[in-house]
Design a protein around this ligand. Structure first.
Ligand SMILES: [Zn+2]
Length: 486
């Protein structure tokens, strides 16, 4: 069916900003407080209460806009978006419409390959980023058959990031969202926590016959709150529309909800256009002007972005795209990798292997951040150098790694303490080899009779006799030499 139809997907992502106070009042934005405890006349929408804009929100919006290569407007305008809902006591949401703070950018992101295919990098245009206030939350399952409203979330600052319909598959949509999450965390403007609703995604999905340029009618799937659900909901919606079109049906423009338990989307409300919201400039708020000092603070948050960083590492250090993606996802890990490369003074592939393997496994087990691990990059670099120089074996390296955590000891100290130094001294190795040959005369004879495969067994005995400390390369050379000369 999908040979004939091309999916066209655009995403609208709501990013909850990590300011301490709300966008138009001084109330706290902390998550999980008792219902309605973080409220005041302004965010409750009481008559006569006036909004006062929190400039930190504009600083964060400008930082994201600059990071995504957007034009940042020095003058933007607040609009009222009018609709009625129980969790919106004012009857309108303060948002931006005709003149948003940022427009025309682009986002690069990784896309998982199909089976057997490599991870690739793709790009989507950003149409706009605007600032707005969040609404409250209706609680329907409180018992007693009543619905209740919690307005702690009303007035929490959001950025809405709107992409062009540039995405072509559920995998691309998930990749875009992951990259955006990684960037807002890099910039320190949101925790990106999807379970707590810090990142919410609406997907616009339409199909068109392959080769066609005109867009088909779209349906919007609302409130997707995990990467997995984004991909699953879009997959479902593509199949639903394809079946409908194949049967000669028509896709309705509507808003749909994704039901993760039944893995399907269903109608929430039908066609809805901008005019339904009767947008108009908010008379309580003057247009916003960004001054040079604010733009400077926004710029100070910028850093090389995760995908760009990963692409540079692929070019500079020859990392696989997969490893580069893993290492660039969190800013702390990315900076740790770069510090380890610097301290190691060798090929970047070595720190990449250790960090992707040992360090991230350890962080996953402890569910900790890299800062909490207690292993400075220069100590890891010293350990890597000991392994690379064959001073210790790689399995001894892993023991030292475990021993390094939670203390300040140097790797060299630990190698000595644990007695892990490899025996590379040829006299000592020859003595061990000679002893093994004496202890296993039958196996030695088998080798000399031409069955070279037995060498692995004898090597195992050499390693055992040396307490695992024989340098494997030198030991196997010594063993072979000894067997062949007699
Ligand atoms: Zn308030």
């Amino acid at each position: 069916m999908l040979e004939r139809w091309e999916p066209v997907i655009g995403l609208e992502v709501h990013v909850q900003l990590s300011t301490r106070s709300k966008i138009f009042c001084g109330c706290s934005t902390a998550f999980g407080a008792p219902a309605n405890s973080h409220t005041c006349p302004t965010c409750l929408g009481l008559p006569g209460a006036l909004p006062v804009f929190n400039l930190r929100v504009a600083e964060m919006a400008a930082a994201l806009g600059l990071a995504l290569g957007c034009e940042v407007r020095e003058r933007s305008v607040w609009a009222r978006k009018n609709y009625f809902y129980a969790d919106l006591p004012k009857g309108y949401q303060i948002s931006q419409f005709a003149e948003p703070i940022c427009e025309h950018g682009a986002l690069r992101f990784f896309v998982d390959g199909d089976e057997g295919e490599e991870v690739r990098v793709a790009e989507a245009s950003i149409v706009r980023i605007h600032m707005e206030e969040d609404a409250g939350k209706s609680v329907h399952d409180g018992g007693g058959g009543h619905s209740r409203v919690d307005l702690n979330r009303a007035g929490v600052p959001l950025l809405e990031v709107v992409s062009a319909p540039d995405l072509r598959s559920p995998e691309e949509a998930a990749g875009y969202l992951k990259a955006l999450r990684s960037i807002v965390r890099y910039l320190g403007i949101s925790d990106g926590n999807m379970q707590e609703g810090s990142l919410r995604c609406d997907a616009n999905v339409s199909l068109r016959p392959r080769g066609e340029r005109a867009l088909g009618t779209r349906a919007e799937v609302k409130n997707l709150n995990s990467f997995r659900f984004v991909a699953k909901a879009i997959t479902h919606e593509i199949l639903r529309q394809a079946e409908l079109l194949e049967e000669g049906g028509v896709v309705e423009q509507e808003t749909r909800l994704y039901d993760s338990e039944r893995d399907e989307t269903r109608t929430m409300r039908s066609k809805e256009e901008a005019e339904d919201y009767r947008y108009f400039p908010d008379p309580d708020l003057p247009p916003l002007h960004l001054d040079a000092a604010l733009l400077e603070r926004a710029r100070a948050r910028l850093t090389e972005l995760p995908v760009q960083r990963a692409e540079r590492w692929v070019a500079e250090h020859g990392l696989s795209v997969e490893d580069a993606r893993t290492l660039s996802n969190e800013r702390g890990v990315a900076e740790y990798f770069e510090a380890a490369v610097q301290a190691f003074d060798g090929p970047g592939a070595v720190p990449a292997k250790w960090i992707v393997g040992e360090v991230l496994r350890e962080l996953g087990e402890r569910n900790a951040s890299i800062e909490a691990l207690g292993l400075a990059p220069d100590r890891l670099a010293e350990l890597m150098a000991l392994v690379e120089a064959d001073t210790i074996s790689s399995s001894a390296g892993k023991q030292v790694f475990a021993a390094l955590l939670g203390n300040e000891k140097r790797p060299r100290e630990l190698v000595a303490e644990l007695g892990l130094e490899q025996v590379s001294d040829s006299g000592a190795l020859e003595a061990v080899v000679a002893q093994v040959i004496r202890d296993f005369p039958d196996q030695a004879a088998t080798y000399r009779g031409g069955k070279k495969g037995i060498l692995a067994f004898l090597m195992g005995q050499v390693m055992k006799a040396s307490g695992g400390k024989a340098n494997p390369k030198l030991a196997s050379e010594a063993l072979r030499q000894k067997l062949e000369e007699e």
